[in-house]
Design a binder for this molecule. Structure first.
Ligand code: PMP
Length: 398
């Protein structure tokens, strides 16, 4: 794959006098110029509220907004456009399911999650009267499928699991996980925040009941997310938030609700950023999700080899199927110190618990450094990271 760095205006700048090396795409990805232009063009030529007006601008805004829905349907291979619900992000999509599907949970009902979940797929369930059953992970950072099967009981209501870990990079064997749950008639929600931007996703092939992701991690704007749900799964859910756009009729005695997807889209949505997201999705499909996956796999291979060769550096997570995510510790140097020194070299990495505190507990570390790759990263970026780590070692005399 040729380099796409020049498509991203933000990446051409210097940080502390050094060329920016952006290795924090798992937290949020950068936007190509086409996305920024699409948002500006939308505001300059087509902005109006959607679904409401008969005037030309409203019709244009509605068409652009709905085109993004259709594009997502196509990319996910979903059966219908109405199975795509716009939210403000993965977190709000999971909370939507928790607050509707989980509405009638009883305190001794159970939701199965895994030890590698982001807080967004732990805390929404803890706000409900429901118990969490947790699938353990191995030292390599892989799901234990035998233990998983043992967690089902007559109280199990849902399996809610990440497609890929934002710390370990592990890509979970979702098809198997979903098949096992369905054999027991249990629906599955997938947190696709990390996977969707980095690999092809086919919801029909996976056969998941719900799939969630965020636009900002997929080279789109912030404030937009997606909940995919099978029609029959979404139809069973009560409305989430009440307000404009989600109703069919309203009186003081009784209101009736709009059909899918509008039933779950109360209020004015994030129109401009949904339109901008369309440009990001076009950009991704033009490059090809398979090509992106291959490119990032190669980067991971190179980076793993180079980082493993650094004495005192320990990579957390060595699953067979991994995304371009490399978390590590370096002797007993605090991850924040490492990230601060790297920042002085222009290298943006993340340090901390990465909103996945149970993983830190599992690997018995307080925090770690994470370098995560996007489609714009190159082997030169990895070389810069290695150089930065060597500088850190010299400063700390380790
Ligand atoms: N799940 C995973 C695996 C994530 O990595 C993230 C973001 N770090 C989220 C959920 C939450 O995404 P958002 O903040 O966009 O809602």
């Amino acid at each position: 794959m040729s380099s796409h760095k020049s498509d991203f205006p933000i990446l051409s700048q210097k940080i502390h006098g050094n060329p920016l090396v952006y290795l924090d795409s798992s937290a949020t990805a950068q936007q190509p110029l086409v996305v920024l232009n699409a948002i500006q063009q939308y505001y300059e030529a087509s902005h109006a509220n959607v679904h409401r007006g008969v005037h030309e601008l409203s019709a244009r805004a509605t068409t652009l907004f709905e085109n993004t829905r259709k594009k997502i349907q196509k990319m996910l291979n979903a059966s219908h456009a109405h199975e795509i619900i716009f939210t403000s992000g993965t977190t709000s999509a999971i909370n939507l399911v928790a607050n509707t599907f989980g509405k009638n949970f009883k305190p001794d009902d159970e939701v199965i999650i895994s030890e590698m979940e982001h807080h967004s797929n732990i805390v929404p369930w803890q706000l409900l009267p429901v118990k969490l059953k947790v699938i353990p992970i191995s030292d390599q950072g892989e799901i234990d499928l035998t233990e998983y099967q043992k967690l089902f009981s007559s109280k199990t209501k849902l399996v809610s699991i990440t497609h890929a870990s934002n710390v370990l990079g592990t890509v979970n064997p979702l098809k198997k996980i979903i098949e096992i749950a369905h054999q027991k008639n249990i629906p599955v929600l997938v947190d696709g925040a990390q996977a969707f931007p980095h690999m092809p996703v086919d919801v029909l092939d996976l056969n998941c009941d719900f799939y969630t992701f965020s636009a900002h991690k997929a080279y789109g704007p912030t404030g937009v997310g997606v909940l995919y749900g099978k029609t029959e799964a979404l139809q069973k859910l009560p409305p989430y938030q009440g307000g404009g756009a989600m109703i069919e009729s309203v009186s003081f005695e009784k209101s009736t609700y709009a059909p899918l997807p509008y039933k779950f889209e109360a209020g004015t949505p994030n129109i401009a950023n949904v339109v901008g997201f369309h440009a990001a999705l076009e950009y991704l499909t033009n490059i090809g999700m398979e090509n992106i996956r291959e490119h990032e796999k190669k980067l991971l291979e190179v980076a793993t080899e180079k980082l493993n060769a650094i004495a005192g550096l320990k990579i957390i997570g060595s699953a067979k199927e991994k995304l371009g995510v490399l978390s590590f510790t370096l002797k007993d140097i605090h991850p924040h110190d490492i990230a601060t020194i790297l920042d002085r070299e222009g290298i943006a990495v993340r340090a901390g618990h990465h909103c996945a505190m149970p993983i830190m507990t599992r690997f018995n570390i307080p925090a770690c450094v994470r370098a995560s790759f996007g489609l714009y990263n190159t082997v030169d970026d990895i070389d810069a990271l290695v150089k930065g780590i060597e500088t850190t070692k010299r400063i700390f005399h380790v």
